[in-house]
Design a protein around this ligand. Structure first.
Ligand SMILES: [Zn+2]
Length: 67
């Protein structure tokens, strides 16, 4: 059940791909899973995907400021 999975403290939802995982880290208040971390590391700023990551991070930061 989704609620029980979220209640487990070791499981977190990635703010980029929205996967629920225990592997990852916090960048400011945004949780990023290890999979996205690896993708970001291997994505250069010229790539379109990089902008997607930045947009996801920005939108999460703005949501937190509004709450
Ligand atoms: Zn992710």
């Amino acid at each position: 059940m989704e609620v029980e999975r979220m209640a487990n403290k070791s499981m977190k939802q990635c703010n980029i791909c929205e996967d629920v995982t225990s592997e990852g880290f916090y960048l400011f208040l945004t949780f990023i899973c290890s999979k996205c971390e690896q993708e970001m590391v291997h994505t250069s700023p010229e790539e379109e995907k990089y902008q997607y990551f930045i947009d996801r991070l920005k939108s999460n930061r703005i949501q937190e400021m509004l709450m």
